[in-house]
Design a protein around this ligand. Structure first.
Ligand SMILES: [Zn+2]
Ligand SMILES: [Zn+2]
Length: 435
């Protein structure tokens, strides 16, 4: 039997591969206007990086990572023997930890380098049950800004994200921007304790996950999808009542910048995002089309002022977001967006007989060198079949080379839409098509 691709993965073909390429270039072009330049880091890192950076108790790390051990250690692992932590690797489940590691390791913040603003695009991996909008390998585009804690970074990033979604065709009225703050190390512990107390007091009416979260990460209970839990937790203590003055001022300034830019948002005190590393600003963009409520987030992020120190770098504030390519595509399909096929070559060079093939080959090369996309017959087809192929490819023009044309130093160029033909000198072929 032919081998198929693994479940939860996708082959991007034709129009879709073309769209993914445009999606990335649109993002990089837009982000560059805000000072973000591309970075590319490994798709796998030491498992330790994700455990320390994202948090051992998160679903991402505890349940959803693809983890491998290098070479001969596999037998040891299967036998239940200890495998050294530096020979355990995981496919990246998200982009932030690896980028922050790279910024620290390469000393990018030294000598007045801050803030470092970088953007990335590529596949992420999660070992979870595949379903609509959730794959085991999926594509994300994201940015990270290291070395600045000013609320202008948060607001600028959020505005940039909303502009991106609009520029790929998701209308503003189909999106909701949710905004929250999670406080910092000086005010969050008291809130965490209060929330933990509330969960313990109401444990009997909460799901097992929420009861467990009271110990590991009480904030995560706030985004439990169980209806019963949501009802109870609506009365839970709220972060805004615990914020310190600095966090309050930071959050107010983020909102003031968004207001000034005319970006609308909904404050949602239950928004915690799944990862442990967030401090202060968190946000998420949800769409009202294409996906059900639990999976309609197309992008989000926040501030992570403790992450770099957590993974062994210097104490450096950070901010970032990631957005999901697949979910954006589902939303765009739901609103009837079109995904054009890759552009057709402008010109097809057809030969009457194999005598003209060498000339066709070199003419095609001249056209390409001059910037004209061009194709010719690679399979010794008949002239009729060459026209058929040109039509199938969608070429706007066909240049016909026969013995008479070659003798006269011209090609007969046919406009495939109007069927008009004209003679063009061979050396002028590329220029004639540019017009
Ligand atoms: Zn629950
Ligand atoms: Zn605070």
């Amino acid at each position: 039997m032919a081998i198929k691709r693994p479940e939860g993965t996708k082959d991007l073909l034709g129009a879709e591969a073309q769209f993914w390429a445009r999606f990335r270039s649109t993002a990089f072009d837009l982000f560059a206007r805000y000072g973000y330049t591309p970075i590319d880091v490994p798709m796998f890192e030491k498992t330790e990086l994700f455990v320390r950076g994202i948090g051992e108790a998160t679903d991402v790390v505890s349940k959803e990572m693809f983890t491998v051990v290098s070479g001969g250690n596999l037998a040891k692992l299967v036998a239940g023997e200890h495998v050294r932590s530096d020979s355990r690797f995981s496919l990246r489940p998200e982009g932030t930890a690896g980028v922050v590691r790279a910024v620290a390791q390469n000393g990018m913040l030294q000598e007045g380098g801050a803030p470092v603003k970088v953007s990335y695009a590529g596949p992420m991996f999660r070992a979870e049950r595949p379903q609509n909008g959730r794959q085991r390998q999926f594509n994300q585009v994201g940015i990270e800004c290291l070395g600045a804690d000013d609320p202008s970074i948060d607001a600028e990033g959020i505005i940039m994200l909303m502009r991106f979604f609009e520029s790929i065709g998701i209308p503003a009225d189909k999106m909701t921007l949710l905004l929250n703050t999670l406080g910092d190390e000086s005010c969050r512990p008291a809130y965490r304790d209060a929330l933990k107390g509330f969960i313990v007091d109401n444990a009997a009416d909460l799901c097992e996950d929420c009861q467990r979260r009271a110990e590991t990460n009480p904030l995560r209970a706030l985004d439990c999808k169980e209806e019963g839990c949501q009802r109870i937790l609506a009365d839970a203590p709220r972060i805004e009542d615990y914020l310190c003055d600095d966090c309050k001022a930071h959050y107010a300034q983020v909102k003031a910048y968004l207001d000034a830019a005319g970006v609308t948002y909904v404050e949602d005190s239950s928004l915690v995002r799944g990862l442990d590393y967030y401090t202060r600003t968190v946000f998420e963009v949800r769409v009202s089309v294409g996906m059900d409520n639990n999976q309609n987030a197309i992008g989000g992020g926040g501030r992570y002022d403790k992450l770099m120190a957590e993974i062994g770098g210097s104490d450096t504030p950070g901010f970032g977001f990631a957005l999901g390519y697949e979910r954006c595509k589902i939303a765009l399909e739901a609103i009837g967006a079109e995904f054009p096929e890759p552009p057709a070559p402008a010109l097809y060079i057809a030969c009457v007989s194999s005598d003209q093939r060498a000339l066709a080959f070199s003419l095609a090369q001249q056209c390409r060198d001059a910037g004209v996309a061009c194709e010719f017959d690679h399979q010794s087809r008949s002239l009729k079949a060459q026209f058929k192929q040109a039509d199938k490819l969608g070429c706007a023009h066909v240049a016909i080379l026969g013995p008479d044309e070659v003798a006269a130093g011209v090609a007969k160029v046919r406009d495939m839409a109007t069927h008009e033909e004209r003679k063009v000198a061979l050396e002028e072929l590329p220029q004639a098509l540019e017009k």
